[in-house]
Design a protein around this ligand. Structure first.
Ligand SMILES: CC(C)(COP(=O)(O)OP(=O)(O)OC[C@H]1O[C@@H](n2cnc3c(N)ncnc32)[C@H](O)[C@@H]1OP(=O)(O)O)[C@@H](O)C(=O)NCCC(=O)NCCS
Length: 343
């Protein structure tokens, strides 16, 4: 249902999460735990009651056939942001309006009920900074998301806005001029040479500290070797892959700019996700991010020849990233907002 909505909002069948990715997320990690709740029409399900006061519904084996009106997905970060919960809401297809149409009264009632339950459950989990997101077609207002009215009514405010873009990966990417004194490197699945590992860790932390997140309450991720090794382990266990492309200052043997792409098992093999791009603070505004991203297209062709399109989500106010993606010929597919409520 979430996929159906994302596909309709973006007009792109690739805008969806594979079942493998959802199941993997539900398994949780030492970084976060995720719970899914269902809003059921008709008779209340019977069964063992969870500590949050709602009955468990089996998700494997014999699954009862309830009349689902919608779902609530709650993720709680465990290492940083220990007051925060991320809430995701999904309307059952029967309540989902046709693209561009408003919600009818029944669907509005379901949306409001889901949001109110979500707030209640997240607070029972001890979280007081509650974040949710809206997604809608490019060029439409935030209210085009079926949950925006319910968020606003519950007291949420928009704190950050992003646009999702798609870049076509050319069959023969343009040759990129690597400035004299620098060399470009590509590492698959975190296979980073020992000499560059600490640089990469430092740059990933800087990316988290410096990326624009509007007025949203966020705490930067502090990367270290253990955390990177754990991320690598999770990647392997869900059969996902990353391609990291780095620009190295040869004289000092340090990484000065970095960009990363990812692929997920079960997702469309023609699609990659552009996750992080960062330039060391002292090297910014010298076209290094522009070049390393262009160079990444060549490496993408080389290592993942099936990939035809790369997707990214970039801050609406991020002048540099918007500029870089415009230069790569990116086209907008959808827009999203991060909403926040302090309970
Ligand atoms: C965003 C970031 C990667 C840009 O790196 P960079 O190496 O400075 O980028 P470039 O020098 O290639 O600049 C690209 C364009 O954006 C412009 N630009 C760069 N920084 C800018 C800024 N702070 N304000 C306005 N314009 C800026 C440049 O002038 C350039 O325009 P031009 O091609 O017309 O000259 C860097 O600022 C960064 O690491 N930020 C923190 C991490 C982050 O936010 N990453 C993006 C989300 S993952």
């Amino acid at each position: 249902m979430a996929n159906l909505y994302a596909q309709e909002a973006s007009g792109d069948p690739a805008a969806s999460a594979s079942p493998e990715r959802v199941v993997h997320r539900l398994r949780g990690s030492n970084e976060s735990t995720t719970h899914i709740f269902a809003l059921v029409e008709g008779t209340q399900p019977l069964g063992e009651v969870s500590p949050l006061g709602v009955p468990y519904i089996p998700s494997t084996g014999e699954c009862p056939d309830y009349d689902y009106a919608g779902f609530i997905h709650i993720s709680v970060p465990l290492l940083e942001e220990k007051d925060t919960a991320d809430l995701d809401f999904v309307l059952d297809v029967n309540f989902l309006p046709l693209p561009g149409q408003p919600l009818d009264d029944d669907a509005q009632h379901v949306a409001t009920t889901l949001v109110n339950h979500g707030l209640d459950l997240a607070q029972k989990m001890g979280r007081s900074t509650l974040q949710a997101s809206s997604l809608h077609a490019d060029g439409t207002p935030a209210d085009a998301d079926p949950f925006s009215a319910a968020y606003r009514a519950a007291g949420f405010n928009i704190k950050h806005a992003e646009r999702q873009v798609k870049v076509h990966v050319p069959e023969y990417p343009a040759t990129v001029l690597i400035p004299a004194g620098f060399s470009a490197h590509a590492w698959l699945d975190y296979d980073i040479p020992e000499d560059f590992l600490d640089d990469v860790i430092r740059l990933l932390t800087i990316a988290s500290e410096d990326s624009l997140t509007g007025d949203l309450s966020v705490e930067p991720i502090q990367w270290n070797r253990t955390r990177l090794a754990e991320a690598h382990g999770r990647l392997r266990s869900r059969n996902a892959h990353t391609l990291m492309v780095a620009l190295v200052d040869d004289s000092r043997q340090t990484v000065v700019a970095l960009t990363e792409l990812g692929r997920h098992a079960g997702s469309d093999p023609e699609v990659a996700e552009w996750t992080v791009t960062v330039t060391a603070r002292e090297w910014r505004q010298q076209q290094l991010a522009t070049r390393i991203k262009l160079f990444a297209l060549t490496k993408l062709r080389e290592h993942w020849p099936d990939v035809q399109r790369a997707y990214a989500s970039i801050g609406v106010d991020d002048t540099a990233m918007n500029h870089i993606f415009d230069g790569l010929g990116a086209t907008g597919i959808s827009q999203s907002e991060a909403w926040e409520l302090k309970a």
